[in-house]
Design a binder for this molecule. Structure first.
Ligand code: GMT
Length: 380
């Protein structure tokens, strides 16, 4: 018997890196499967440019009254969620990021006097950083324990959450995925021309939100060491709080001709397809969605063996794992990859296979869909 289609309320940070991407891609896939997806967010999620008939957007607005030192966004969000639970007769809420979204969802459920189930997906720093902040730790536990089901994007994040908070609600792992129709090896010679990359130069790429946790100085230092051995360019793609300092640092080091800051780009598949290796040297990383994006485009990675990264990077197969801060090991591994074309070819192939076999969107979307049905059924 065919199950009825669900009405799902989604709460996410619409433009915050990987979690926003996963929340919007998941919504699109669910909408394609016939479910009605209701996004309750502060601004339109960036991948909703093409309106989907099964997706609706409910904006959260808040006035900046003089009485508020900080506008109470979380409460305005709860208010909006409560309205949408009622007006759209939602079956389930899917919340990305425990703090503040799970708290707002719990409050909204109470305000709407509803029995709606709440699924919270933990993405990373909501636990690995906020969970260590005494001002937020209990709130985080509360959000998790009041959720009906909790998922984490890697086993590492799941284990860390259990160790840190000992929650009542069980946590299961559902891995991230990418849109395979968007990320695949593209023909991208125009990128090399646009960026002034010579035919004999190799391309190393890093994509992030340029926060301290990404350890971009380690990337620059590793590149400096690689650059002494072979002709290469480093693409630093994205923007964020560290950008200005990093640009200054690169100029001081005299590396500005070889390290290119591209800013935020919409053509990531093409940029990745014109690259030879990805670097992700973070000190915390619950999953590392950019690794999957790179793999899908046939780009192996050199990445730190921390957090959920070892669940994505299979050392010696689709890339190499290195110890945090070991810039010499990074330089050695990158040089090895870029000078051994047979090894590079094998890793490229395995990178693409990793996405197909271990992180296929079809499999992962079905896991979320099963969870939606389970939690929706808990109401009856
Ligand atoms: O918490 C952050 O750093 C941002 C966050 C995001 O929204 O992109 O990243 C986290 O969630 C991503 C999607 O699940 C993961 O791929 C990232 O590894 C994770 N970031 C960290 O754990 C630092």
């Amino acid at each position: 018997m065919q199950q009825r289609k669900l009405k799902v309320g989604v709460i996410c940070y619409p433009s915050l890196g990987g979690s926003g991407v996963v929340a919007t891609e998941l919504g699109l896939k669910m909408a394609d499967r016939g479910h009605e997806m209701h996004y309750i967010t502060s601004s339109k999620p960036f991948r909703f440019l093409d309106a989907h008939p099964n997706i609706q957007f409910h904006e959260v607005t808040i006035e900046g009254y003089a009485v508020f030192k900080y506008p109470p966004y979380d409460i305005a969000l709860a208010n909006r969620i409560a309205q949408v639970i009622e007006s759209e007769s939602l079956d389930v809420l899917h919340v990305h990021y425990a703090v503040p979204h799970a708290i707002s969802a719990v409050l909204a459920k109470d305000m709407a006097n509803s029995s709606i189930g709440i699924i919270t997906t933990l993405h990373g720093t909501d636990v690995t950083i906020l969970g260590h902040d005494p001002a937020l730790k209990n709130t985080l536990s509360y959000g998790i324990n009041k959720s009906d089901r909790v998922t984490a994007v890697s086993r590492s994040l799941r284990n860390e959450t259990i160790e840190l908070l000992n929650p009542i609600t069980p946590i299961e792992t559902i891995y991230n995925f990418i849109d395979e129709e968007k990320y695949y090896p593209h023909e991208a010679t125009h990128i090399r021309e646009e960026l002034g990359i010579m035919p004999d130069e190799r391309v190393i790429i890093h994509i992030s939100n340029f926060r301290k946790v990404k350890r971009i100085p380690d990337i620059i230092e590793s590149f400096r060491r690689v650059d002494k051995r072979l002709k290469a360019k480093l693409l630093l793609v994205g923007e964020g709080p560290e950008l200005f300092d990093l640009q200054e640092f690169v100029n001081e080091q005299g590396l500005q001709d070889d390290i290119l800051f591209t800013g935020k780009r919409d053509d990531l598949p093409a940029l990745l397809s014109s690259s030879d290796v990805m670097l992700l040297l973070s000190e915390k990383e619950a999953f590392g969605l950019v690794l999957l994006e790179a793999f899908a485009c046939g780009v192996p990675a050199v990445a730190t063996a921390i957090g959920g990264i070892p669940e994505v990077v299979d050392d010696g197969r689709n890339g190499f794992l290195v110890a945090l801060g070991d810039v010499q090991a990074v330089a050695d591994r990158v040089t090895q990859l870029l000078t051994d074309s047979e090894l590079h070819g094998k890793m490229k192939k395995h990178a693409i296979e990793t996405v197909i076999h271990d992180f296929s969107s079809d499999q992962i979307v079905l896991q979320y869909e099963a969870l939606y049905y389970e939690v929706a059924a808990m109401r009856r």
